[in-house]
Ligand binder design. Structure first.
Ligand code: NAX
Length: 330
């Protein structure tokens, strides 16, 4: 029997598709380990609470030995009360004919409210992972409301893009995915993201020495990663959920322990101006995490003019997104 205090974890949109795939590995100890008790604080909109009760019943029926309490609520202060981690998954989906800018405006108020509730109620050192789209700018909105929390503790998820890119490269090279390292996503979680194959490695070798079809890397590979979400909707009739939940688990694992030597992890974090990316934007960089659970943007990554152009294009998009919500940034 463990004597550790429970770690408190909030998940918003907990009755949604990603929530349903995320909660079970979380409850089983996938992120925080097999001897770390966990309290789940699940948030839904009022219309989602009944379905959330069903999810809670299934969590109970799984008899997870690490779970000490499950709260279901629509109240931000209750949901974020004293939490160590917050997964912000819930947001409104893009409706028919809706532009990206409309979606940003539509979801902005959700993240204003949640940022304020985090500010009032979460632990000061809470780590926030925004999954709900448009995740980079939603993260920026919530971060601006939570003045008590270190701005660096607000991150958005580009790990699914990293995982997708690694899988494509492993398939092309005919190697296990574990052989692919240092594959970083730069920019926005949107079709402008740039999966940087030029600095990636396969085994001990430069990836570009192993995969010699550089035309494929520059065109089909990038397009496949950028458009993967759409391809899944076309094939499945629903957006990616299990792989997104797994990526959120990966993001939290990577943020809570040291990055293996020689590896990088992609996280959308507040830019400190590195690589000419405007300061403050929530931008995906290659990062490493130290033993204290702090991430750092990897310095001195060599970017070709091709890569720089792609990285800046994504920053431009994020600047436009920031401009679209400037009145609610506070
Ligand atoms: P679902 O529509 O299945 O679930 C969303 C849930 O959030 C619903 O149950 C809804 O009631 C709830 N919700 C809405 N507003 C809320 C609020 N203010 N507070 C609490 N709960 C709220 O969507 P799902 O497939 O789970 O996707 C969730 C989000 O993840 C979407 O925004 C989606 O676009 C985004 N994704 C992000 C990815 C990433 O890599 N960053 C990839 C997958 C996914 O597309």
């Amino acid at each position: 029997m463990t004597t550790k205090n429970p770690i408190k974890v909030a998940v918003t949109g907990a009755a949604g598709n990603i929530g349903y795939s995320l909660l079970f590995p979380l409850a089983a100890g996938q992120v925080f380990g097999p001897d770390q008790p966990i309290e789940l604080q699940l948030l839904e909109i009022p219309q989602g609470l009944q379905a959330l009760e069903g999810v809670k019943m299934e969590l109970l029926d799984s008899a997870f030995s690490l779970v000490t309490n499950i709260t279901c609520t629509s109240d931000g202060d209750e949901g974020f009360g004293d939490v160590d981690y917050a997964f912000l998954v819930g947001s409104k989906p893009r409706g028919p004919g809706m532009e990206r800018a409309d979606l940003i405006r539509e979801n902005g108020p959700i993240f204003v409210g949640q940022g304020q509730a985090i500010d009032r109620s979460a632990k000061e050192n809470v780590k926030v992972i925004v999954v709900g789209n448009p995740c980079n700018t939603n993260c920026l909105i919530a971060q601006h409301q939570a003045k008590r929390v270190n701005p660096r503790n607000f991150t958005a998820m580009t790990r699914l893009d990293q995982n997708r890119a690694k899988a494509q490269l492993a398939l092309k090279a005919g190697v296990p995915v574990s052989e692919v390292s240092r594959l970083a996503i730069w920019g926005n979680h949107s079709p402008t993201m740039y999966p940087d194959f030029e600095n990636a490695m396969i085994g001990g070798q430069a990836l570009t020495d192993v995969i010699t079809d550089h035309e494929w890397l520059k065109s089909d590979f990038i397009k496949t990663v950028q458009q993967r979400g759409k391809a899944i909707i076309t094939a499945r009739g629903k957006s990616s959920a299990a792989s997104a939940a797994w990526a959120a688990i990966d993001h939290a694992i990577s943020w809570s322990r040291p990055t293996p030597a020689g590896e990088w992890v992609s996280m959308a974090v507040p830019s400190d101006g590195s690589y000419g990316i405007p300061e403050g934007l929530i931008y995906s960089f290659p990062c490493t995490v130290n033993a204290e659970g702090e991430y750092n943007i990897v310095p001195d990554v060599a970017l070709s003019s091709f890569a720089k152009e792609k990285a800046m294009a994504s920053a431009e998009e994020l600047l436009a997104e920031r401009d679209a919500v400037k009145d609610i940034l506070g």
